[in-house]
Design a protein. Structure first.
Ligand code: C5P
Length: 397
């Protein structure tokens, strides 16, 4: 399956004759399973119509920065957060210069300043413009800031010149973009991840559970796979789709999650416990639905403690690097530090779930990395991007 399946890709088109190739690029991205939003500069729309790119991407094209209607839909900040990658193709000399200066006078450049996603650009211009010292200096600056410059290719140009400045072909751009989601940090490693809530049955129709959506664990599974790992995702009940090429084991309750984790961890290298596990389960599970009593106004449930999956795995598999999450509503860091010590793990990833904008069910999270040596606070960001950052950090462990 293509690594681009369900990836959020922004194709940003600037003004140049190569803009006609962006239509094929969008078509290829869609065929690879990516979700595509197109941003066009005014110049780009002189070369190719927005309607063409709308038809191919399946979404209205974004053209204006200061437009009430556009901002009410997917405005520049939402676009910036939505993106897994931004591919500027073609990137004109003007756009490259503006980005090098950090200008934000249209939608494309503003988006590039606002996004935390990787930005790739495919320059296309006359060979003399490309070779000009100003363009070369701008290109170098962007590379130093982490932009990936793809091409340009050498050859015959629309203006009749021959030399470097042709936009590289859409099939090749697709390959580069795919590589963006193909890392090697965890190559040859096996990663086991727990995700989502667990459910503890009360009777045949009711259960105890929590609000965990599983989004963080699923994002970690995708990121670990994209870093080259073999991934087993042990998931409690959730409506999320299994990430492509990840082996998912669905479980219902905590004991099942523990058993599945023990089986998967035998030959694993890294265990990430991101599941929000129910700490207690009913002592007696009624086989029939418990009926409302005609006489008693209270029902008392007796609960017993569930096993701590993370602590059990950490103590049973000494070769494993174990990481936990600490979802807290108060004293976030001290609580995470206490868990780090008592569960004997390499890192606790602490987050404050009392803030509705992050944590459970949200697409965003803000976490702190708690280890024996200190605490590192990370910025609020989409769980997809945070997952990639966390996997890179964990690979270093
Ligand atoms: O102790 P607490 O539940 O707050 O710790 C949270 C961390 O421990 C999470 O990583 C969670 O997945 C894990 N955990 C577990 N088994 C439990 C409870 C929590 O693996 N029974």
């Amino acid at each position: 399956m293509s690594r681009l399946v369900n990836k959020h890709i922004i194709v940003a088109v600037s003004g140049g004759i190569a803009a006609y190739k962006s239509a094929e690029l969008v078509r290829l991205l869609k065929a690879a399973g990516a979700q595509v939003e197109v941003v066009m500069t005014h110049g780009a729309s002189e070369f190719i119509t927005p309607l063409t790119l709308q038809a191919l991407s399946g979404n209205a094209v974004h053209q204006l920065l200061l437009n009430a209607k556009a901002e009410a839909g997917m405005g520049h900040i939402q676009l910036a957060r939505w993106a897994d990658a931004v591919l500027i193709a073609p990137a004109s000399a003007n756009v490259i210069a503006k980005l090098a200066q950090g200008l934000a006078d249209d939608l494309l450049t503003t988006l590039c300043l606002a996004t935390q996603a990787p930005i790739l650009l495919a320059p296309a211009m006359n060979q003399a413009m490309w070779s000009n010292a100003a363009t070369q200096c701008n290109k170098k600056q962007l590379q130093q800031r982490g932009y990936t410059v793809l091409g340009p290719a050498n050859g015959a140009q629309a203006c009749g010149d021959i030399g470097p400045g042709r936009m590289i072909e859409p099939t090749q751009l697709l390959e580069y973009l795919t590589q963006q989601f193909t890392g090697h940090a965890l190559q040859g490693r096996k990663v086991v991840i727990t995700a989502g809530p667990t459910r503890e049955a009360i009777d045949s129709v009711r259960y105890i559970s929590n609000h965990s959506s599983g989004k963080m664990g699923y994002a970690l599974a995708t990121a670990a796979y994209e870093s080259g790992a073999k991934v087993v995702l042990i998931s409690g009940p959730t409506s999320l789709l299994a990430p492509p090429d990840v082996h998912r084991v669905m479980v219902e309750n905590t004991n099942q999650m523990l058993t599945a984790s023990q089986q998967a961890c035998v030959d694993a290298d890294l265990f990430i416990a991101s599941a929000a596990v129910a700490d207690y389960r009913p002592v007696h599970v009624s086989l029939q639905k418990i009926k409302k009593s005609a006489t008693a106004s209270r029902l008392v449930l007796e609960l017993e403690e569930n096993p701590d999956i993370l602590a059990t795995i950490a103590s049973q598999f000494s070769h494993l690097t174990c990481i936990g999450f600490a979802a807290e509503t108060e004293h976030v860091i001290p609580n995470a530090q206490a868990k780090l010590a008592c569960k004997q793990v390499a890192m606790m990833i602490a987050n404050d779930v009392s803030d509705n904008d992050i944590g459970f069910n949200s697409d965003y999270n803000r976490v702190s990395l708690v280890t024996k040596t200190g605490v590192e606070h990370l910025e609020t960001q989409p769980k997809r991007l945070l997952a990639r950052l966390l996997i890179d950090r964990l690979a270093q462990l």
